[in-house]
Write a protein that binds this ligand. Structure first.
Ligand SMILES: Nc1nc2c(c(=O)[nH]1)N[C@H]1C(S)=C(S)[C@@H](COP(=O)(O)OP(=O)(O)OC[C@H]3O[C@@H](n4cnc5c(N)ncnc54)[C@H](O)[C@@H]3O)O[C@H]1N2
Ligand code: MOO
Length: 403
């Protein structure tokens, strides 16, 4: 049977995947979240005409010819304004961010003045009317729509929301992604593996892919290759409120590959299982009662992470309201590549900038799907379409950047 093409599998996985509902959270917890509603200004900024410099608030007409002396009548500081009025021949000492007093129309920077004994200054340079004043509302005014729904709350967005006095924000609910590792051979990092055991590594990388794409990962731990145990763990993930259940391992055809059977017992409706992709052929997708999406990742660590980059990342983005923007670039092959078979290939490679400004992609010598050291060394994946013809060094290729 022909394997499902990668693009079709992705389209099926994402069909109907829309942002989850919304919730209201404190501003301090909103970093990286996605706005579900616009952010409106509850405050005008600046709320008053404010000085942009440390100096003197004056009337420009008084300094048309210099030098000239002005009488100092008070001080306006940020947080404490001068409440009088500046008249002809007068000046008020003023600091950055302070309200410009009535009567003054200009701020003179202090470098262009000399402080005299007694309460006066000598103005050494003329200044254009209105200089160094930030008008009230320069940045935004009450009622302005400052940020649109869909905006990821990055540093500037968070500070803007704060400046406009929004202590809480309406954001898209964060998808919860339960990650379940399956395999008799697995022990958690930090434990002492027995003679036939290895360390479970997939959960760590998958959880980071979830986080980077706006999701919250829940560690469902490690479960043995017993159908009842896998079923119980699936039930626990559902009870924890998972929107997505990611399993790793146990999706191939061996006698201990029981994930499909356990999910079926739990009522999963299978969408696809096995796709035209290397690594990652046994990828499985389906949906459990309660609309919990299931992504069954292969156990091989590199297959698991590459499938998570290509499938889990866009799914988490879709549920969290983010745009999925994979970093795909044009490069040139550093070496010849043979013809490809019927699976889309993702070749671990080092991508470097050549002197002519082009990217050059050098495949790593070993491509075994168990080799995390090679995946960590690679900064990109050369994408080879199914049945691609042999390619010569220097031929154009497409790379999926990993970092
Ligand atoms: N006869 C066939 N055998 C295999 C096929 C096939 O088509 N026919 N497909 C191969 C491919 S491709 C892959 S990928 C693997 C995937 O198999 P599973 O998803 O069932 O994974 P496991 O057998 O459970 O484990 C594979 C490998 O990965 C290690 N593993 C598993 N989980 C973890 C984890 N959480 N952290 C680190 N390492 C993990 C496990 O120990 C195995 O070494 O099947 C091929 N076989
Ligand atoms: O395609 Mo499997 O995913 O070799 O490693």
């Amino acid at each position: 049977m022909a394997l499902l093409p990668v693009e079709e599998a992705l389209a099926r996985l994402l069909a109907g995947a829309a942002p989850l509902g919304e919730e209201t959270i404190p501003l301090a917890q909103a970093g990286g979240r996605v706005l579900a509603r616009p952010v409106i200004a509850h405050q005008t900024q600046p709320p008053f005409d404010a000085s942009a410099m440390d100096g003197y608030a004056i009337r420009a007409a008084d300094v048309l010819s210099v030098p000239v002396e002005l009488k100092l009548i008070g001080e306006s500081a940020a947080g404490k304004r001068f409440s009088g009025v500046v008249a002809n021949g007068e000046a008020v000492r003023i600091f950055t961010g302070a309200p410009v007093p009535q009567g003054a129309d200009t701020v003179l920077i202090q470098e262009n003045t000399k402080r005299l004994a007694g309460d006066s200054i000598r103005v050494l340079q003329t200044v254009a009317q209105g200089r160094n004043i930030r008008r009230a509302g320069l940045d935004f005014a009450v009622g302005d729509v400052l940020l649109e729904p869909g905006r990821v709350l990055d540093p500037a967005a968070l500070s803007l929301a704060a400046a406009a006095n929004n202590a809480e924000l309406h954001v898209v609910r964060q998808p919860k992604v339960a990650i379940l590792a399956t395999g008799n051979e697995l022990v958690a990092p930090g434990e002492n593996p027995g003679p036939d055991q290895i360390i479970a590594s997939n959960t760590s990388g998958i959880a980071e892919i979830v986080r980077l794409n706006g999701g919250m990962s829940l560690d469902s731990g490690i479960v043995r290759d017993r159908i009842e145990d896998i079923e119980t763990a699936i039930g626990t993930a559902i009870e924890m409120g998972a929107d997505i259940l990611v399993t790793s391992g146990g999706v191939s055809v061996g006698d201990h590959d029981l994930v499909h059977a356990a999910l079926t017992r739990r009522g999963m409706k299978l969408d696809f299982w096995k796709i035209a992709m290397r690594p990652g052929k046994p990828l499985m997708s389906g949906i459990l009662p309660g609309k919990v999406r299931v992504l069954g990742l292969p156990g091989n660590p590199v297959s698991s992470l590459i499938c998570a980059h290509l499938f889990l990342a866009p799914l988490v983005c879709a549920l969290s309201g983010r745009h999925y923007r994979p970093d795909i670039r044009a490069a040139r092959l550093a070496i010849d590549l043979p013809a490809n078979d019927s699976r889309r290939d993702h070749i671990r490679a080092e991508i470097a900038l050549a002197e002519n400004g082009e990217l050059v992609a050098t495949p790593l010598p070993l491509q075994d799907s168990s080799m995390l050291s090679a995946l960590a060394r690679a900064n990109g994946l050369i994408i080879r379409e199914p049945d691609a013809q042999p390619a010569r060094a220097g031929a154009p290729c497409e790379v999926f950047m990993l970092r």
